[in-house]
Design a protein around this ligand. Structure first.
Ligand SMILES: Nc1nc2c(ncn2[C@@H]2O[C@H](COP(=O)(O)OP(=O)(O)OP(=O)(O)O)[C@@H](O)[C@H]2O)c(=O)[nH]1
Ligand SMILES: [Mg+2]
Ligand SMILES: [Zn+2]
Length: 312
Protein backbone atom coordinates (compact mmCIF):
# COMPACT_ATOMS: atom_id res chain seq x y z
CA UNK A 1 0.00 0.00 0.00
CA UNK A 2 1.11 3.58 -0.63
CA UNK A 3 2.35 5.42 2.39
CA UNK A 4 1.45 9.09 2.97
CA UNK A 5 3.70 11.35 5.01
CA UNK A 6 3.68 15.03 5.83
CA UNK A 7 6.66 17.24 5.18
CA UNK A 8 7.90 20.62 4.08
CA UNK A 9 9.41 21.65 0.74
CA UNK A 10 13.00 22.75 1.28
CA UNK A 11 14.08 23.11 -2.34
CA UNK A 12 12.39 23.36 -5.69
CA UNK A 13 14.22 23.21 -8.99
CA UNK A 14 11.42 23.38 -11.50
CA UNK A 15 10.00 19.91 -11.68
CA UNK A 16 11.82 18.28 -8.76
CA UNK A 17 11.30 19.04 -5.10
CA UNK A 18 13.20 18.18 -1.95
CA UNK A 19 10.83 17.51 0.92
CA UNK A 20 11.89 17.18 4.55
CA UNK A 21 9.62 14.84 6.43
CA UNK A 22 8.74 15.37 10.08
CA UNK A 23 11.22 12.59 10.86
CA UNK A 24 13.99 14.69 9.32
CA UNK A 25 14.39 12.38 6.34
CA UNK A 26 14.75 14.21 3.02
CA UNK A 27 12.98 12.83 -0.06
CA UNK A 28 13.34 13.71 -3.73
CA UNK A 29 9.82 14.23 -5.03
CA UNK A 30 7.84 15.05 -8.13
CA UNK A 31 4.42 16.63 -8.31
CA UNK A 32 1.23 14.78 -9.01
CA UNK A 33 -0.28 15.69 -12.38
CA UNK A 34 -0.84 19.33 -13.20
CA UNK A 35 -1.36 21.08 -9.93
CA UNK A 36 -2.60 24.67 -9.99
CA UNK A 37 -2.92 27.34 -7.39
CA UNK A 38 -6.51 28.27 -6.88
CA UNK A 39 -6.16 31.84 -5.70
CA UNK A 40 -3.34 33.32 -7.75
CA UNK A 41 -1.90 32.55 -11.14
CA UNK A 42 1.63 31.34 -10.62
CA UNK A 43 4.25 29.80 -12.83
CA UNK A 44 5.29 27.41 -10.07
CA UNK A 45 2.63 25.50 -8.16
CA UNK A 46 4.82 24.57 -5.19
CA UNK A 47 7.43 26.62 -3.39
CA UNK A 48 9.93 26.38 -0.56
CA UNK A 49 8.13 26.45 2.78
CA UNK A 50 5.04 24.69 1.46
CA UNK A 51 3.59 22.02 3.72
CA UNK A 52 2.82 18.98 1.65
CA UNK A 53 1.87 15.37 1.91
CA UNK A 54 3.99 12.90 0.03
CA UNK A 55 2.93 9.57 -1.34
CA UNK A 56 5.69 6.99 -1.54
CA UNK A 57 5.05 4.35 -4.18
CA UNK A 58 6.18 0.77 -3.92
CA UNK A 59 8.34 1.57 -6.96
CA UNK A 60 10.35 3.96 -4.79
CA UNK A 61 8.90 7.10 -6.36
CA UNK A 62 7.82 9.94 -4.07
CA UNK A 63 5.00 12.17 -5.21
CA UNK A 64 3.65 15.38 -3.70
CA UNK A 65 -0.06 14.69 -3.48
CA UNK A 66 -1.40 17.66 -1.52
CA UNK A 67 -0.32 21.18 -0.68
CA UNK A 68 -1.71 22.74 2.48
CA UNK A 69 -3.18 26.26 2.48
CA UNK A 70 -0.45 28.85 2.91
CA UNK A 71 -0.29 31.11 5.93
CA UNK A 72 1.51 33.65 3.74
CA UNK A 73 3.69 33.77 0.63
CA UNK A 74 5.87 36.11 -1.38
CA UNK A 75 5.67 36.47 -5.14
CA UNK A 76 7.62 38.19 -7.83
CA UNK A 77 6.57 38.78 -11.41
CA UNK A 78 7.77 35.94 -13.57
CA UNK A 79 8.90 38.38 -16.25
CA UNK A 80 8.79 42.12 -16.78
CA UNK A 81 5.54 42.21 -18.72
CA UNK A 82 3.78 39.06 -17.71
CA UNK A 83 0.78 39.03 -15.38
CA UNK A 84 1.97 35.76 -13.94
CA UNK A 85 3.71 35.47 -10.64
CA UNK A 86 6.43 33.25 -9.37
CA UNK A 87 6.12 32.06 -5.78
CA UNK A 88 9.36 32.84 -3.95
CA UNK A 89 8.59 31.24 -0.57
CA UNK A 90 5.66 30.41 1.67
CA UNK A 91 4.81 30.14 5.35
CA UNK A 92 7.57 32.38 6.67
CA UNK A 93 7.78 34.23 9.99
CA UNK A 94 9.88 37.11 8.73
CA UNK A 95 11.95 38.58 5.93
CA UNK A 96 15.59 39.49 6.32
CA UNK A 97 16.26 42.15 3.72
CA UNK A 98 19.97 42.43 3.02
CA UNK A 99 21.37 45.57 1.43
CA UNK A 100 24.72 47.26 1.06
CA UNK A 101 25.79 50.87 0.71
CA UNK A 102 28.56 49.86 -1.73
CA UNK A 103 29.42 46.77 -3.78
CA UNK A 104 26.72 46.69 -4.99
CA UNK A 105 25.57 50.27 -4.60
CA UNK A 106 22.28 50.70 -2.83
CA UNK A 107 19.53 51.07 -5.42
CA UNK A 108 17.16 53.95 -4.83
CA UNK A 109 13.74 52.79 -3.74
CA UNK A 110 14.73 49.16 -3.43
CA UNK A 111 14.30 48.87 0.34
CA UNK A 112 10.92 50.57 0.21
CA UNK A 113 9.57 48.36 -2.53
CA UNK A 114 10.43 45.22 -0.58
CA UNK A 115 9.01 46.69 2.61
CA UNK A 116 5.75 47.63 0.91
CA UNK A 117 5.30 44.07 -0.32
CA UNK A 118 6.11 42.72 3.13
CA UNK A 119 3.59 45.08 4.73
CA UNK A 120 0.96 44.03 2.20
CA UNK A 121 1.47 40.43 3.21
CA UNK A 122 1.80 41.25 6.90
CA UNK A 123 5.30 39.79 7.20
CA UNK A 124 7.81 41.54 9.53
CA UNK A 125 11.08 42.76 7.99
CA UNK A 126 14.54 42.98 9.50
CA UNK A 127 16.83 45.28 7.57
CA UNK A 128 20.45 44.16 7.39
CA UNK A 129 23.08 46.48 5.98
CA UNK A 130 26.02 44.26 5.11
CA UNK A 131 29.67 44.86 4.10
CA UNK A 132 30.27 47.41 6.85
CA UNK A 133 34.00 46.67 6.48
CA UNK A 134 33.98 48.32 3.04
CA UNK A 135 32.62 51.64 4.25
CA UNK A 136 34.88 54.65 4.37
CA UNK A 137 34.33 57.96 6.11
CA UNK A 138 32.24 59.31 3.23
CA UNK A 139 29.74 56.44 3.44
CA UNK A 140 29.04 56.68 7.13
CA UNK A 141 26.47 59.45 6.86
CA UNK A 142 24.51 57.44 4.31
CA UNK A 143 24.62 54.47 6.67
CA UNK A 144 23.47 56.52 9.66
CA UNK A 145 20.70 58.14 7.63
CA UNK A 146 19.41 54.79 6.37
CA UNK A 147 19.41 53.22 9.83
CA UNK A 148 17.66 56.21 11.36
CA UNK A 149 14.92 56.37 8.70
CA UNK A 150 13.96 52.73 9.15
CA UNK A 151 14.38 52.47 12.90
CA UNK A 152 12.23 55.57 13.29
CA UNK A 153 9.31 53.85 11.57
CA UNK A 154 9.70 50.63 13.50
CA UNK A 155 11.96 48.33 11.51
CA UNK A 156 14.83 46.52 13.21
CA UNK A 157 18.16 47.37 11.53
CA UNK A 158 21.39 45.45 11.90
CA UNK A 159 24.73 46.57 10.46
CA UNK A 160 26.89 43.57 9.58
CA UNK A 161 30.12 42.39 8.07
CA UNK A 162 30.84 38.75 7.36
CA UNK A 163 34.51 39.74 7.22
CA UNK A 164 34.82 41.24 10.70
CA UNK A 165 31.86 39.48 12.33
CA UNK A 166 30.19 42.81 13.08
CA UNK A 167 26.50 42.35 13.92
CA UNK A 168 26.53 38.57 13.56
CA UNK A 169 25.38 37.90 17.11
CA UNK A 170 22.48 40.26 16.61
CA UNK A 171 21.54 38.51 13.38
CA UNK A 172 21.68 35.16 15.16
CA UNK A 173 19.34 36.24 17.88
CA UNK A 174 16.92 37.77 15.35
CA UNK A 175 16.78 34.47 13.47
CA UNK A 176 16.55 32.10 16.42
CA UNK A 177 13.48 29.87 16.37
CA UNK A 178 12.03 31.61 13.32
CA UNK A 179 11.65 30.70 9.69
CA UNK A 180 13.23 33.56 7.79
CA UNK A 181 13.42 34.23 4.08
CA UNK A 182 16.53 36.18 3.14
CA UNK A 183 16.28 38.51 0.20
CA UNK A 184 18.07 41.37 -1.49
CA UNK A 185 19.87 42.20 -4.71
CA UNK A 186 22.39 39.83 -6.17
CA UNK A 187 25.85 40.18 -4.62
CA UNK A 188 24.89 41.77 -1.29
CA UNK A 189 26.13 38.68 0.58
CA UNK A 190 22.99 36.69 1.42
CA UNK A 191 24.58 33.28 0.93
CA UNK A 192 27.79 34.40 2.62
CA UNK A 193 25.80 35.50 5.67
CA UNK A 194 24.18 32.07 5.87
CA UNK A 195 27.55 30.34 5.50
CA UNK A 196 28.88 32.48 8.34
CA UNK A 197 25.91 31.71 10.60
CA UNK A 198 25.92 28.02 9.87
CA UNK A 199 29.42 26.77 9.08
CA UNK A 200 29.54 23.60 7.03
CA UNK A 201 26.80 24.46 4.55
CA UNK A 202 29.29 25.73 1.99
CA UNK A 203 26.71 27.49 -0.15
CA UNK A 204 28.20 28.80 -3.37
CA UNK A 205 29.00 32.50 -3.38
CA UNK A 206 30.68 34.74 -5.94
CA UNK A 207 32.40 38.05 -6.11
CA UNK A 208 30.58 41.13 -7.29
CA UNK A 209 32.03 41.97 -10.66
CA UNK A 210 34.29 44.99 -10.66
CA UNK A 211 33.18 46.26 -14.05
CA UNK A 212 29.51 46.79 -13.30
CA UNK A 213 29.34 46.53 -9.52
CA UNK A 214 26.65 43.87 -9.76
CA UNK A 215 26.27 40.38 -8.43
CA UNK A 216 25.93 37.50 -10.81
CA UNK A 217 22.93 35.61 -9.54
CA UNK A 218 25.04 32.95 -7.95
CA UNK A 219 22.10 31.46 -6.08
CA UNK A 220 19.63 30.25 -8.68
CA UNK A 221 17.04 28.36 -6.63
CA UNK A 222 15.52 29.07 -3.25
CA UNK A 223 16.60 26.61 -0.58
CA UNK A 224 15.79 26.25 3.08
CA UNK A 225 18.61 25.53 5.53
CA UNK A 226 18.22 24.45 9.15
CA UNK A 227 20.15 26.51 11.70
CA UNK A 228 21.87 24.71 14.59
CA UNK A 229 20.96 27.49 17.00
CA UNK A 230 17.27 26.97 16.19
CA UNK A 231 15.26 28.17 13.24
CA UNK A 232 15.62 27.92 9.50
CA UNK A 233 16.57 30.27 6.73
CA UNK A 234 15.54 30.29 3.08
CA UNK A 235 18.27 31.51 0.76
CA UNK A 236 16.89 32.99 -2.45
CA UNK A 237 18.30 34.28 -5.74
CA UNK A 238 18.87 38.04 -5.84
CA UNK A 239 15.83 40.11 -6.78
CA UNK A 240 15.03 43.75 -7.20
CA UNK A 241 11.69 43.52 -5.46
CA UNK A 242 8.61 41.48 -4.82
CA UNK A 243 5.19 42.04 -6.27
CA UNK A 244 1.79 42.22 -4.69
CA UNK A 245 -0.63 39.88 -6.39
CA UNK A 246 -3.66 42.14 -5.97
CA UNK A 247 -2.02 45.55 -5.77
CA UNK A 248 -4.36 48.55 -5.70
CA UNK A 249 -2.55 51.84 -5.63
CA UNK A 250 -5.25 53.41 -3.45
CA UNK A 251 -4.03 51.05 -0.71
CA UNK A 252 -0.37 51.97 -1.03
CA UNK A 253 -0.42 54.35 1.95
CA UNK A 254 -1.49 51.46 4.20
CA UNK A 255 1.82 49.78 3.49
CA UNK A 256 3.89 52.74 4.75
CA UNK A 257 3.68 52.52 8.57
CA UNK A 258 4.34 56.25 9.06
CA UNK A 259 1.47 57.09 6.67
CA UNK A 260 -0.78 54.41 8.08
CA UNK A 261 -0.35 56.04 11.49
CA UNK A 262 -1.87 59.23 10.09
CA UNK A 263 -4.86 57.47 8.59
CA UNK A 264 -7.97 59.38 9.48
CA UNK A 265 -6.09 62.65 9.97
CA UNK A 266 -6.39 63.71 6.31
CA UNK A 267 -9.35 65.93 5.38
CA UNK A 268 -10.69 63.44 2.85
CA UNK A 269 -11.04 59.87 3.95
CA UNK A 270 -10.02 58.62 0.51
CA UNK A 271 -6.95 60.88 0.44
CA UNK A 272 -4.06 59.34 -1.47
CA UNK A 273 -1.63 62.01 -0.22
CA UNK A 274 -0.70 63.40 -3.62
CA UNK A 275 -2.51 66.70 -4.29
CA UNK A 276 -5.40 66.81 -1.86
CA UNK A 277 -5.90 69.78 0.43
CA UNK A 278 -5.76 69.11 4.15
CA UNK A 279 -3.48 66.12 3.74
CA UNK A 280 -1.91 65.06 7.04
CA UNK A 281 0.82 63.10 5.27
CA UNK A 282 2.00 66.15 3.32
CA UNK A 283 1.83 68.21 6.50
CA UNK A 284 3.98 65.61 8.28
CA UNK A 285 6.39 65.67 5.34
CA UNK A 286 6.70 69.45 5.58
CA UNK A 287 7.19 69.25 9.33
CA UNK A 288 10.04 66.79 8.79
CA UNK A 289 8.19 63.90 10.43
CA UNK A 290 8.15 61.80 7.28
CA UNK A 291 11.43 61.15 5.46
CA UNK A 292 11.40 62.88 2.04
CA UNK A 293 12.90 59.84 0.35
CA UNK A 294 10.15 57.58 1.69
CA UNK A 295 7.52 59.98 0.36
CA UNK A 296 9.36 60.24 -2.96
CA UNK A 297 9.34 56.45 -3.27
CA UNK A 298 5.66 56.39 -2.34
CA UNK A 299 4.91 58.78 -5.20
CA UNK A 300 7.03 56.78 -7.58
CA UNK A 301 5.19 53.56 -6.77
CA UNK A 302 1.84 55.33 -6.82
CA UNK A 303 2.44 56.92 -10.21
CA UNK A 304 3.75 53.76 -11.79
CA UNK A 305 0.86 51.77 -10.31
CA UNK A 306 3.35 49.12 -9.47
CA UNK A 307 5.51 48.09 -6.59
CA UNK A 308 7.68 45.91 -8.67
CA UNK A 309 10.12 47.73 -10.85
CA UNK A 310 11.67 45.83 -13.68
CA UNK A 311 14.61 43.90 -12.38
CA UNK A 312 17.55 42.52 -14.29
N1 LIG B 1 33.81 42.95 1.99
C1 LIG B 1 32.78 42.13 2.22
N2 LIG B 1 32.41 41.25 1.26
C2 LIG B 1 31.36 40.45 1.53
C3 LIG B 1 30.63 40.50 2.75
N3 LIG B 1 29.64 39.59 2.69
C4 LIG B 1 29.75 38.98 1.50
N4 LIG B 1 30.78 39.50 0.78
C5 LIG B 1 31.20 39.12 -0.58
O1 LIG B 1 30.19 39.53 -1.51
C6 LIG B 1 30.19 38.66 -2.65
C7 LIG B 1 28.78 38.21 -2.95
O2 LIG B 1 28.32 37.36 -1.91
P1 LIG B 1 27.15 36.28 -2.11
O3 LIG B 1 26.93 35.70 -0.76
O4 LIG B 1 27.44 35.37 -3.24
O5 LIG B 1 25.93 37.23 -2.51
P2 LIG B 1 24.39 36.83 -2.68
O6 LIG B 1 23.61 37.95 -2.08
O7 LIG B 1 24.12 35.48 -2.15
O8 LIG B 1 24.20 36.89 -4.27
P3 LIG B 1 23.16 36.06 -5.21
O9 LIG B 1 23.22 34.62 -4.82
O10 LIG B 1 23.67 36.33 -6.59
O11 LIG B 1 21.82 36.69 -4.99
C8 LIG B 1 31.15 37.53 -2.29
O12 LIG B 1 32.39 37.80 -2.93
C9 LIG B 1 31.31 37.63 -0.79
O13 LIG B 1 32.55 37.14 -0.33
C10 LIG B 1 31.06 41.45 3.74
O14 LIG B 1 30.49 41.61 4.84
N5 LIG B 1 32.13 42.24 3.41
MG1 LIG C 1 23.44 33.73 -3.05
ZN1 LIG D 1 -3.48 62.53 2.81
Amino acid sequence: MDEKQRGIVIKSTGSRYKVRLLSGEILDCTLKGRYRNRKIKTTNPVTVGDEVSVQSKASGEHIIAEIADRRNYLVRKSSKLSKQYHLVAANVDQIMLVTTIVKPKMVLGFIDRVMVSAEAYGIPVILVINKFDLLGEKHLSKLAETVSIYEEIGYACIVTSTVTGEGMEEVKSALTKKRTVITGQSGVGKSTLINTLQPGLDIKTAEVSLSNDKGRHTTTFAEMHALDFGGEIIDTPGVRSFGIADFKREHLGHYFPEMRDLMGACKFNNCVHVNEPGCAVKAALEAGDIAPQRYFNYLEMYENENVEKAYK
